[in-house]
Design a protein around this ligand. Structure first.
Ligand code: SAM
Ligand code: ZN
Length: 390
């Protein structure tokens, strides 16, 4: 495969690996009465489509229409050459186009062509395309969304956050997580406008690109709107508080002893789970199955679907369903306590659980603990680890 100029990022391997597993997951239990439709909306050099066709489709007898699009006409010859191996793949029919994404999606909607999988991987913020993308999805389909707009949802461009997310975004030690939550909220609002519900499957970031996968449901789950809320943080004392939008009232005082602290409030953002643990387990099973099926044809040194880095990332997400939405940087907590260094995170999680609180190691940002323990308890548990187990 030729990557051509620009766009292909070796570092994005986990996202591509996960997309292969998601594509394979749509084959399970699919009806053979009609082909599945997968849409690589902004395909770049076509690496995802190629992997979906060669790896995800595998030996399945389910027919698949693979729609591959990139708005840039000049990428045509490269894309066509890269997709050549799929021409001989049984049961895969390729539809290659070079249209603006909006046009392809609107035409699909008008022609009643709905997709089981859409990968939306633009430059910058994807939100302008969310509504037309969701309208082109089949019920139960999966949407993969990437955003390289890091500035607005991490509080570095608050004006752009209002414009693009209709939300306040404030600087926060868990800024990647807040960006993911703002992205999920943007998708939720657009889905709800259509009367559809959503389940996040996984959410992760490397600090540069923010990626979420969501399954669209035909209906909104009862109480799903409770997942939209606000996260407040006081920069002076480090305290945090969370409220669902539906229950919004005044904020309790923060932990500043002189009463002079001020909350910086972010939201509305998604305060529900960031991943679905059972779905991630399902993806791991699929990965094992794909490896077993392909091992006969694997030559020496040939890669498996999940790179070791991708596997570690999935394991991290498995251990952290992403609830509650409050995460704490152990580095920050140790600085506030003037400890010699941050406490080891696993023992801290165990100690918090032992005191009756929910706690997990954040799968989104390293060195962060997710817990419902109040700040006072958290600081006390951290101080017990000073000098130990680091
Ligand atoms: C980030 S790259 C995609 C990378 C690719 N998905 C991968 O995994 O390597 C974005 C691509 O989107 C295309 N693009 C940008 N805006 C578009 C639009 N509005 N409609 C269609 N394609 C677009 C660009 O030509 C570019 O190739
Ligand atoms: Zn305070």
């Amino acid at each position: 495969m030729q990557t051509g100029g620009g766009f292909f990022r070796p570092d994005s391997r986990p996202a591509r690996d996960f997309s292969v597993l998601i594509a394979a997951s749509t084959l399970l239990g699919a009806s053979r009465d009609h082909p599945l439709r997968w849409l690589d909306l902004m395909a770049g050099c076509g690496i995802r489509s190629l992997r979906w066709g060669l790896e995800a489709k595998g030996a399945s007898h389910q027919p698949v229409e693979l729609w591959v699009n990139d708005g840039d006409q000049e990428r045509g010859p490269l894309l066509a050459a890269n997709l050549e191996p799929l021409q001989t793949c049984d049961g895969v029919s390729i539809k290659l186009s070079h249209q603006p994404a909006e046009r392809l999606l609107r035409e699909a909607y008008l022609e009643h062509r709905f997709f089981d999988l859409i990968d939306l991987d633009p430059f910058g913020c994807p939100n302008a395309l969310l509504q037309s993308t969701l309208q082109a999805m089949r019920f139960g389909g999966v949407l993969l969304v990437a955003s390289t707009d890091g500035r607005s949802p991490t509080g570095h461009d608050r004006f752009a956050a209002v414009r693009r997310f209709g939300a306040a975004a404030r600087a926060h030690p868990s800024s990647w997580e807040l960006a993911l939550r703002l992205q999920l909220a943007a998708i939720a609002r657009e889905a709800w406008l259509l009367g559809r519900g959503l389940d996040p499957l996984f959410s992760f970031s490397d600090g540069r690109t923010f990626r979420v996968a969501v399954r669209m449901r035909q209906r909104i789950r009862s109480g799903e709107e409770q997942q939209l809320g606000f996260l407040a943080r006081c920069d002076r004392c480090g305290d945090q508080a969370l409220q669902a939008m539906l229950d919004l009232q005044g904020w309790r005082p923060c932990a500043c002893t002189d009463g002079c602290g001020r909350w910086a409030v972010s939201g509305p953002l998604w305060i529900g789970p960031l991943q679905d643990v059972s779905q991630i387990n399902g993806l791991l099973e699929i990965s094992a199955g794909l490896d077993a099926a392909s091992s006969l044809g694997l030559s020496e040194g040939q890669d498996r679907t999940l790179a070791p880095r991708s596997r570690r990332m999935l394991d991290g997400l498995l251990a952290d369903p992403g609830q509650p939405a409050c995460c704490w940087s152990t580095g920050e907590l140790s600085r506030r306590l003037q400890l010699k260094g941050p406490p080891a995170i696993e023992p801290l999680v165990a100690a918090l659980r032992a005191s009756g609180h929910s706690a997990s190691v954040s799968g989104v940002m390293a060195g962060q603990v997710r817990t419902n323990a109040p700040l006072g308890i958290l600081l006390r548990r951290c101080s017990e680890f000073d000098g130990k187990d680091r």
